[in-house]
Design a protein around this ligand. Structure first.
Ligand code: DX5
Ligand code: ZN
Length: 210
């Protein structure tokens, strides 16, 4: 299966998000948007008003690293999210939040932090479009990949999960290969892509992840 590359705009220039996305659009399959609230993770990024200003023909995966996501999912659907990823650790009623996302018209997805086992989300795999496996502690770009997390890909497959398996954190050409070989279908990459000096370099780096 062809792997999908999702540049994480957390590492882009926030002053020209639409320009940077337009440049990469022909070379990737979707964009990854990190929403942080300063509570669930020790960092703050953007909210729904900014997501609504993103202008791309590619799908937006919106990764909510926030507490009480059920209060905000409607705003993020209205802002143009195609798929909304909530953290299992942030949801009192995970199944209910995922069902709400679907009812509002977006694809529901779930993410797990490094210390959270796959068994914690086994009972919602029947209704999620993607599981996003965190391969760093969520909160910041540019951290090192945690190789022990790769086993979670096989565990999801062993449970019969047929949706997308995304990997988020520390993805580069080397770690991408390990994840592809294990069966990941979506690779999120922020720092690795955007740290390249120019557009040609960014395109080369995207190609190196496939
Ligand atoms: C981290 C975010 C990631 C981040 C990945 O909490 O969820 O999406 O942008 O960045 P890199 O690829 O730089 O590790
Ligand atoms: Zn993310």
């Amino acid at each position: 299966m062809k792997v999908q590359i999702a540049p994480s705009i957390l590492s882009a220039d926030f002053g020209k998000l639409n320009e940077e996305m337009a440049e990469l659009e022909p070379f990737c399959e979707l964009f990854h948007v990190d929403v942080m609230d300063g509570h669930f993770v020790p960092n703050i990024t953007i909210g729904a008003p900014v997501v609504s200003c993103l202008n791309t023909r590619l799908p937006l995966d919106v990764h909510l690293m926030i507490e009480n996501p059920e209060k905000y999912v409607e705003d993020f659907v209205k802002a143009g999210s195609d798929r909304i990823i909530v953290h299992s650790e942030a949801c009192k009623d995970l199944r209910g939040v995922l069902q709400l996302i679907a009812k509002l018209g977006a694809k529901p997805a779930v993410s797990i932090k490094p210390k959270t086992p796959v068994s914690d989300i086994a009972d919602v795999l029947d209704i999620v479009d993607e599981v996003l496996v965190m391969t760093v502690e969520p909160g910041f770009g540019g951290q090192s990949f945690m190789p022990d997390m790769v086993a979670k890909i096989g565990e999801l497959k062993a449970l019969g999960f047929k949706g997308d398996i995304g990997i988020d954190g520390g993805v580069n050409a080397e770690t991408a290969k390990v994840c592809r070989d294990a069966g990941a279908t979506v690779l999120v990459a922020g720092n690795y892509i955007f740290a390249a000096d120019d557009l040609d370099g960014r395109i080369e780096r995207i190609k190196s992840l496939r």
